[in-house]
Design a protein. Structure first.
Lengths: 121, 121
């Protein structure tokens, strides 16, 4: 049974976003469905364990955050932000979330890998 | 004088998006401010001429489009879509637009360059 409202989907994703970006991956994963499918640059993650491992690997590298935009409707949310990774503070990331039964069931994540790990000179 | 409404910002960006993704870069640029600043992966484009050259170089490579999401408020719009580039049809792109005086004044564009041009095996 789905009882999403616009506020709920956005609230859920913002709570997830605040949790992992403050380092609490365990709390973030409470908003994630067991069967989540995530498309990330160069990787597809299927299931909460794989997703948790991915997020758990990335979260500790975050040194700061600049949020740009958050929009949503009943079942979908889009976030746009600058994750700070060391000296890199203006390379954007965006996420497109699909929620089902109040949990994050799909996440399409986009960032430019080369912007975070430029080739060695 | 700014007289934006939620509908207007989103409508403007969608008209821009439809124009260039159907190959009409000239029509798309009518929605763009002369002093646009665009942050793209690996490039910053300042001014309509530079932006038009960038868009004019990219648009002809587009072989199709899958739109995922479009959200906006008075002055900001976010688009999420899959640009099809040859055989690549599921690498996402996202854009964050800021509008001023009814024109697109800032565009933060994100896609993963490696997903479109994977290293040669």
């Amino acid at each position: 049974m789905t009882q999403q409202t616009q506020t709920t989907a956005l609230d859920t994703v913002l709570a997830y976003h605040r949790a992992w970006t403050s380092g609490d991956v365990t709390a973030a994963l409470e908003y994630v469905a067991d069967n989540i499918v995530c498309q990330a640059p160069g990787a597809e993650l299927i299931g909460k364990d794989a997703y948790g491992a991915f997020l758990g690997g990335f979260a500790p590298t975050l040194t700061g955050l600049t949020d740009l935009a958050a929009f949503g409707d009943d079942d979908h949310v889009v976030l746009f932000y600058y994750p700070h990774i060391g000296q890199i503070t203006t390379a954007p990331a965006a996420e497109h979330f699909t929620l089902r039964d109040g949990k994050i069931a799909e996440n399409i994540l986009v960032f430019d890998r080369l912007s975070y790990a430029p080739p060695q000179q």
